[in-house]
Design a protein around this ligand. Sequence first.
Ligand code: PEP
Ligand code: MG
Length: 545
Amino acid sequence: MTLSFDVVAAAAGSALGVSWRPRPPAPEVRADVDQVRAAFVATAARLTELADAARADGADEPADILAAQALMAGDATFVEDVVRRMGGGAAPTSVLVREVAERHAAVLDSLDSDVLRGRAADVRQIGRMVVDELAGTRRVAPDGAFVLVDEEVTAPDLLEHADRLVGAVSVRGGVNSHAAIVARSLGVPLVVQAPSPVLDVADGTLLLVDADVRRLVVSPDQDAQAEARAVAADRAAEAAADRELQALPAETVDGTLVTLLANVASGVEARRGVEAGCDGFGLVRTELAFLTARAWPTRTDHEGQLAAVLAPAGALPVTVRLLDFTNDKKPPFADAPSLGLAGLLEHPWALDAQLTALVAVGSDVDLRVLVPMVTGPGQVRAVRERLAYAAGQLGAVPPPVGAMVETPEAVAAAPAVAAESDFLSIGTNDLTAAVLGLERTDPSFATAMTLHPTVLGGVEATVRAAAAAGVPMSVCGDAAADPQVLPVLIGAGVRSVSVSPSRLAAVRRLVRAVRLSDCVEQFERARTAESSAPTASPVRLGHAS
Ligand code: PEP
Ligand code: MG
């Protein structure tokens, strides 16, 4: 019988395959203290092994996640908490392990951070892996392609079965979990918050996992199967067309070239960007690797992260942004309120650690340094001074310094900011939200809102300021990949955009389909429209025009 469920999409795509549960329900087990300690050691070893294999495959982000989980599994607090409770002897050991994992996870769950709540899943997962070790319930995966189904799908399970996995279904978990990050990185569709009856579906049952329409279908009928196969065939044809397109320049029908850069934060994304034919990295987000850090990253921390991201760049230009712990990207530091650029400037040792690492690791690439959340030229000057100092210490030439224009203040001061900068990059995500008085995390926030006349006025002012100062400028916010917005940006004079690697092919195709004169017309119409996006009350941008 066909059953259909609403689910939450954690990694895009759709897949048709037979179900397989890596750990079916098993009887509770009892173990002694030595066996428990050995199970934790074995779990940490298995995670390290998977991390090493992922790293060898070039999957740096998943490798980092697994290495961090291996550290958690090896952490004495976890195992000793279990051992302490074993004294009573009443409850089976597997129950104690799950209880301790749940207690540790509940602390993370209660924190006011999506990212940390996502980490709670890692703790539960380690608990399950330890129980697997104690009970010997790990199973051998089927030979053919399958859809992994579990109470809480884990990052190690996804990686371990990556070669035959076509999709995954999880009853628990959210879109920020490590499993979700790994699924996106592997390109495996993952749906979460599936109803628990899916755990009763027998192995080998046909499932249709459609993250794109947020549906899970158990035993789909012939029509649904045929449709899913047709979608898969279309995707494969599209991917083949993208590969051909990649060799062609991003040039409008009437010959205006647009530089296509990639936004990256990990080695995997950097490689995907290069594979998709990007002209360089327009935005390397450095803060994402440190969102769970407990203190400002050290020079060594930065060097480790940067080396993985910069390795695929070769001779391409690479723009690395300084730590931007703002809005929804705040780590749990004690001094969290003063993060962001202001925080970095208030903690000179933290700034120096990143700048020194950049100069050291970036000596082999065409490096530029980008300053986030700039509100005035003084901040660019301050970073330039510290960068000159860091470069001097290492006997290197300081790389160029640019400013992100993503605050109303930066737009208002655009000519002065441009004069102090070697290049500019517009962050439409923050700029649009700030101008329209919205939170970035507001569900109603959409990239098309960048079409609001006030935001476009900010883009226009920045284009003019860059031209007057004779410095290059790019747009690195997500609106640059929005098919509604990109032609308007080109019409405003933007000639370089930086987008997520997964959007490079679509953006190249779009640029090659538009005509500059039409783009200019679209820009002028949007710029002078009454209002082209639903908004609260937009702030005024006091730019000189
Ligand atoms: C932006 O604000 O548009 C941007 C590119 O930076 P982030 O999304 O990392 O804040
Ligand atoms: Mg931003």
